[in-house]
Design a protein around this ligand. Structure first.
Ligand code: 1CP
Length: 359
């Protein structure tokens, strides 16, 4: 395949690795690489007034997307937005309560609420996200690729039914056990919404897309397949995987999904995100090198003494071993109180000549 360019720069390393092509060094980006740990983010957030205002103003969302890419030699930018903009566009009324996280004013409470839901036209209700995507692409000017994203239907459903973050998923699992037809209907409309949303991001310029299935790991194995994996497989099947002659790779990340990796490969994705509880060597064996792997440093390692952090980064690289198909990342997001110096050290250690996967 020649459409991904020479194997040697920040502009195409990530896309090549996601397609399991050789690269000059392991590409690295970090989940939540834009955010509160960066002083420049905090300054802009204070000026914008709220997180949602920042997401909904393309100029600000673009600036925040670019901040970590300017500061560090990261191999990708990820769109600055949130997974919950989709249910917001479906009329649930999203807000963020300071220190408490997301809230929906009109959560899903009964089958009638589900029957009324429609997949939003992303070019209308999520126009501000698409405008951010095209703006970021323009400003990046090929420096590195832009990753678009969405939540998985199951993960979005957890917030829509609970109305907020949850630690036991009592309501949404209550629905699963008592009225599976209504849950299935909810997941179907979300599958349609996410497919259209990701295709619109690709159309606007996203060069890879990632599905965040943050709460798939809360499900029993057979429920995971039916209520989380299957809807994600339908999404992957409905995505435009090529644009302007280039492949648009799809990454699926189920946090806590380490024991279901072969099932995740069956979604048809190009890459699977791996959390820190699963070793990359075991993940490689389980997926039979059919997909690229993205991960998986324990996010807490960013609090370790610098030498120890560097050793942990090298251990992740060694765990993957030789050959193409590794994108370095954390096993989950950067925390708000991490020292930016530590993030820089992590990235530099991945890129160090001694860490190169090819002699
Ligand atoms: O400034 C602030 O206080 C807002 C904090 C914040 C940020 C920076 C939220 C609220 N969302 C985001 C950005 C965000 N969210 C990105 C940006 C791109 C990046 O740099 O990675 C992405 C990809 C997300 C996706 C997201 N939102 C997920 C999936 C990924 C994950 O972290 O597991 C989830 C579960 C959410 C919901 C959400 N939004 C915000 C919070 C605090 C939460 C979690 C709520 C909970 O604890 O359940």
């Amino acid at each position: 395949m020649t459409d991904l360019g020479a194997p040697s720069n920040r502009g195409n390393r990530l896309l090549r690795a996601l397609m399991r092509l050789p690269v000059d060094m392991t590409p690295v980006w970090l989940m939540r690489q834009a955010g509160r740990y960066l002083p420049e983010y905090r300054a802009l957030r204070a000026a914008a007034g709220s997180f949602l205002a920042m997401c909904q103003t393309p100029e600000l969302a673009c600036e925040v997307t670019l901040q970590p890419v300017r500061r560090f030699p990261l191999d990708a930018a990820i769109l600055f937005s949130d997974i919950l903009t989709v249910p917001d566009a479906m009329g649930l009324g999203l807000s963020f309560v300071e220190g408490e996280g997301p809230r929906f004013e009109r959560p899903i409470r009964d089958p009638h609420d589900v029957a009324r839901l429609r997949a939003p036209d992303p070019t209308v209700g999520l126009r501000y996200v698409l405008d951010t995507v095209s703006r970021v692409r323009r400003e990046l000017a090929g420096l590195c690729p832009l990753i678009g994203f969405s939540g998985s239907p199951w993960t979005l459903a957890t917030y829509m039914v609970e109305g907020q973050a949850s630690d036991d998923f009592r309501r949404v699992k209550g629905l699963l056990f008592s009225d599976p037809a209504t849950l299935t209907a909810l997941l179907a409309v979300l599958t349609e919404a996410v497919t259209a949303y990701l295709n619109a991001q690709i159309e606007a310029g996203a060069q890879a897309v990632m599905i965040f299935d943050t709460w798939g790991g809360s499900l029993a194995a057979h429920h995971f397949l039916r209520y989380s994996r299957d809807p994600m497989a339908r999404i992957v099947d409905g995505l435009s995987r090529r644009r302007d002659g280039a492949s648009v790779p799809v990454v699926v990340f189920t946090k806590g999904g380490g024991c279901w990796l072969p099932a995740l490969v069956e979604t048809g994705c190009d890459a699977v995100g791996i959390d820190w509880m699963t070793s990359l060597a075991a993940a490689r064996a389980a997926t039979g090198d059919r997909v690229a792997l993205q991960g998986n440093l324990d996010p807490m390692a960013l609090y370790a003494p610098p030498e120890r952090l560097a050793a942990e980064v090298r251990a992740v690289l060694a765990d993957f071993g030789e050959g193409p198909g590794h994108v370095f990342n954390l096993g989950h997001g950067v925390r708000p109180d991490v020292d930016p110096e530590q993030v820089g050290l992590c990235i530099d250690t991945v890129h160090a000549p001694s860490a190169r996967p090819y002699p």
